[in-house]
Design a protein around this ligand. Structure first.
Ligand SMILES: Nc1ncnc2c1ncn2[C@@H]1O[C@H](COP(=O)(O)OP(=O)(O)OP(=O)(O)O)[C@@H](O)[C@H]1O
Ligand SMILES: [Mg+2]
Length: 247
C-alpha cells in the first residue's frame, strides 16, 4: 500500500518572543491519505495556520515527526525542504498572493522558473493550467483587472502548475462572497475527484461541509476528527443558489 501522503506525529510548535513562549501547536498527530479532502476548523489562534505551515514545509516543528509522501521532512535542511515543497505542495492563501503588475499567465508560470523547463514549455504548461480553471480568456489581465474569484482561480492554477500531490489552502474563500466561494469549492472538488489531496482551512461550517473530513483544532490541539460519508456537492449547491447571492 502507498504510504499516507501526510503523517504527522506529535507535531509541536513553540514560538519564542523575548521571555515568552507561545505554544502554537501542542502535539498534533494525524494521518491524511492520498485523495482526501480535509477541512481544518477551529477558533482564531487555535493553531490552524501553524499546522498548515508545518505541513507545507514553510516552517519547521519544534518537536515531533512529519513524513510527507514517505519522506521524513522534520530534519531536512532548508534547501532540500524547499525542493520537496516545490515538487509536492501547492499553496493557496486568503489574500491570493499574486504579483500585482504581472499578468495572470506570468503569475501561473512563476513556480516553473525553478523546474528546469524551457520558456516555451513553461508558457504552454501555464496556459493549460489557466485554461483548466476556466481563465483561458484572461491570460493577459493583471490581478487588479480580475474579480476576487478569478484571482483565486489564478492562484489555484499557479498552485497546480508543478503537478503537486497536495493543495494546502488557508482560508481560500475568506475574501469571497457566497456564490464565488461555492464556485471555488466546485473547482476544488473536481480537482479532488481527479486524485488531488486537499487540506483547506475555514472558519465556516458551511464551507467545511464540502469536505469529506473535518479536523477541529482548539488551543493548539486536535480536538475532533470527523468524517462526512456524503459531503455536500458544490455543483448541486450552485444550481440552487441565486445568481447574485449576497455574502
Ligand atoms: N510567527 C509567530 N510568532 C509568534 N507567535 C505566533 C506566530 N505565528 C502564530 N503565533 C501564535 O500561535 C498561535 C496560533 O496561531 P495560528 O496563526 O496558527 O492560528 P490560526 O488558528 O491560524 O488563527 P486564525 O483563525 O486567526 O488565522 C497564536 O496564539 C498566534 O498568536
Ligand atoms: Mg490562520
Amino acid at each position: 500500500m502507498a504510504p499516507p501522503i501526510i503523517a504527522a506525529e506529535a507535531l509541536t510548535k513553540d514560538y519564542h518572543l523575548g521571555p515568552h513562549t507561545v505554544h502554537a501547536l501542542r502535539g498534533v498527530s494525524v494521518t491524511i491519505e492520498r485523495g482526501e479532502f480535509v477541512a481544518v476548523m477551529g477558533p482564531s489562534g487555535s493553531g490552524k495556520s501553524t499546522f498548515m505551515n508545518l505541513l507545507g514545509g514553510l516552517d519547521t516543528p519544534s518537536a515531533g515527526r512529519y513524513v510527507l509522501d514517505g519522506e521524513d521532512v522534520a530534519g531536512l535542511g532548508s534547501d532540500r525542504l524547499a525542493r520537496i515543497r516545490n515538487a509536492k505542495i501547492g499553496f493557496v492563501f486568503q489574500q491570493f498572493n499574486l504579483l500585482p503588475r504581472t499578468s495572470a499567465l506570468e503569475n501561473v508560470e512563476l513556480p516553473l522558473l525553478y523546474a528546469g523547463l524551457s520558456a516555451r514549455e513553461r508558457r504552454a504548461r501555464a496556459r493549460e493550467r489557466l485554461a483548466s480553471v476556466g481563465l483561458a480568456d484572461r491570460e493577459d489581465h493583471h490581478p487588479s483587472q480580475l474579480s476576487g474569484g478569478q484571482q483565486q482561480r489564478v492562484a489555484i492554477a499557479r498552485a497546480l502548475v508543478n503537478d503537486p500531490a497536495v493543495i494546502l489552502a488557508d482560508e481560500p474563500t475568506g475574501n469571497l462572497d457566497t456564490r464565488t466561494s461555492v464556485e471555488l469549492l466546485a473547482l476544488l472538488q473536481r480537482l479532488n475527484r481527479s486524485g488531488l489531496t486537499i487540506v483547506l482551512v475555514t472558519h465556516e461550517p458551511d464551507i467545511a461541509a464540502y469536505a469529506g473530513r473535518v479536523l477541529t483544532f482548539r488551543d493548539g490541539r486536535l480536538r475532533a476528527d470527523e468524517r462526512a460519508p456524503v459531503p455536500r456537492d458544490a455543483e448541486t449547491a450552485l444550481a440552487s443558489l441565486p445568481e447574485e447571492a449576497l455574502a
